[in-house]
Write a protein that binds this ligand. Structure first.
Ligand code: 13P
Ligand code: SF4
Length: 328
C-alpha cells in the first residue's frame, strides 16, 4: 500500500460493507480502462470478477498483448513484476505487495550469481517463479506449461542450469533425458503434500484419477495419472472420461474445475499437516476488498528501475517467442 493510504489507516479506506464489490469493480475497470488478470490460485470470487484467468504462461501472454491502461494483477509479486517488465509504460497494480512466493525467495540473486559463475559454459533457464533480478541473470524464462519444450528445443550437447525449482527441474530432466544442473529451491505449497494420505485417499476412491502439478516432489509425481501446469490440469479434467479426480496443486484451481465440469467430483490432495486442503498463503493475501481499494486508489503500484526492466525483459520475450513457435 502506498504511504498516503497507510497514513489514512485501514479502516478509513475499507469499502462500505453494503457495496456490491463485483458491480463496483466492473464499473472501475470500465472507467479506468483497466484489465484484471487473475491466477487460478486466487479465491473463487476474485476469479469470477477477472477479465482473464490463467496459469503463469497464459497470464504473461495476456499481459503482453493487452491494450488496457492499467493492469490489476490478482496473483503474486513475481507475476505482477513480469506484467510490468512487459509493459514499462503502463500502471501495474498488485492488491497486496506482501504477496510474495517461497519459491522466488529460495533463490537470492547474490548466491545465484555465484552459482552461475561456477558453471560458466551453461545456459540458464529460469522458471518464471523468480524475481526480476534472477530473470536478468537468465537466458530463457520458462513456465510449467513450456519447460519441457523449451529444454527440448536446445541442442542436446547444450549444458543447462535450471532454476529455481528443483522439483520441476527434476521432472523436466526426466522428460527430456537431459542432465540439468538444478538450483535447490522449492514451493512450500507443492512440497507439503502427504504421500501417505494420498495413497490412502486413492484406496478410498479407486475410480478417481490422481493429477499433480510438476512442482510436487518426485514420490508424489510417481503416483500421478497425469502431470501438468494448472491450465493443463484443468483441460485434462474437462476432456478425460473419469468423473472424479484427486488434485495435487493449490486448491484455488478447483473453482474452475468445478465450474467447467459440474457433474464431476474434485478432491483436494491433503498436505502433511492438519489441514484438509492446501492454500498458498501468498496468493490468498489478495481479497475482493483489497482488489477494490487497489483499483479505486491505483495503489500499490509495481515500480522498477529501467535497467532491470530491460535486462529481465530479454529472457521473458525469448520464452514468449518460443512458446508461440510451439503453438502454445
Ligand atoms: P503455473 O501457473 O505455471 O501452473 O504454476 C503454478 C504456480 O505455482 C504459480 O505460482
Ligand atoms: Fe509461490 Fe508456490 Fe505460492 Fe506459487 S503456490 S506463488 S510457487 S509459494
Amino acid at each position: 500500500m502506498n504511504p498516503t493510504l497507510l497514513e489514512k489507516g485501514w479502516l478509513e479506506i475499507m469499502p462500505d460493507p453494503t457495496l456490491d464489490l463485483f458491480a463496483e469493480l466492473e464499473k472501475l475497470k470500465k472507467e479506468k480502462n483497466a484489465i484484471l488478470l487473475a491466477h487460478y490460485y486466487q479465491d473463487g470470487d476474485i476469479q469470477d470478477v477477472a477479465d482473464f484467468i490463467g496459469d503463469s504462461l497464459g497470464l504473461a501472454q495476456q499481459a503482453e498483448k493487452t491494450k488496457a491502461d492499467i493492469i490489476v494483477f490478482a496473483g503474486v509479486h513475481f507475476m505482477a513484476e513480469t506484467a510490468k517488465i512487459l509493459n514499462p509504460n503502463k500502471k501495474v497494480l498488485l492488491p497486496d505487495l506482501k504477496a510474495g512466493c517461497s519459491l522466488a525467495d529460495s533463490c537470492p540473486p547474490d548466491s545465484f550469481a555465484a552459482f552461475k559463475a561456477q558453471h560458466p559454459d551453461h545456459l540458464v533457464i529460469s522458471y518464471i517463479n523468480c524475481t526480476a533480478d534472477i530473470k536478468a541473470l537468465s537466458d530463457i524464462i520458462c513456465t510449467s506449461s513450456n519447460a519441457v519444450q523449451i529444454v527440448n528445443s536446445l541442442p542436446k550437447e547444450q549444458k543447462i542450469i535450471f532454476a529455481p525449482d528443483k522439483n520441476l527441474g527434476r521432472y523436466v530432466a526426466q522428460q527430456t533425458g537431459r542432465n540439468l544442473v538444478l538450483w535447490d529451491g522449492s514451493c512450500m505449497v507443492h512440497e507439503i503434500f502427504s504421500l501417505e494420505k494420498i495413497v490412502r485417499l486413492k484406496q478410498q476412491h479407486p475410480e478417481a484419477k490422481f493429477i499433480a502439478h510438476p512442482e510436487c516432489e518426485a514420490p508424489i509425481l510417481e503416483l500421478a495419472d497425469y502431470i501438468g501446469s494448472t491450465t493443463a490440469l484443468l483441460n485434462y479434467t474437462k476432456k478425460d472420461s473419469a468423473t472424479s479426480f484427486i488434485v495435487a496443486t493449490e486448491t484455488g484451481i478447483l473453482h474452475q474445475m468445478e465450474k467447467s465440469s459440474p457433474n464431476k467430483t474434485f478432491i483436494p490432495a491433503p498436505p502433511n499437516n492438519n489441514c484438509a486442503c492446501n492454500d498458498c498463503p501468498h496468493m490468498k493475501l489478495n481479497t475482493l476488498e483489497k482488489l477494490y481499494i487497489c483499483l479505486k486508489h491505483e495503489a500499490p503500484e509495481i515500480t522498477m528501475e529501467a535497467s532491470l526492466i530491460e535486462a529481465s525483459a530479454r529472457p521473458i520475450r525469448c520464452m514468449l517467442e518460443l512458446s508461440a513457435s510451439f503453438g502454445l
